[in-house]
Design a protein. Sequence first.
Length: 59
Amino acid sequence: AFLTVERGSVLEGEVAVRGALHTFGPSGFILSPVDNIRDTSECAWANTLALIEAWKEMR
């Protein structure tokens, strides 16, 4: 299953970021929500901000 900032909860996004950084971080990894967020709902932006905050905590 995949997760996007337009789908899923903030917690699911945080878990996905942590998992990706744990798996791919040591060898080089580019983290990006997407190049275009089409959904302008509060959920999509809350998930985007949560992705950034989770990354900041782990870097």
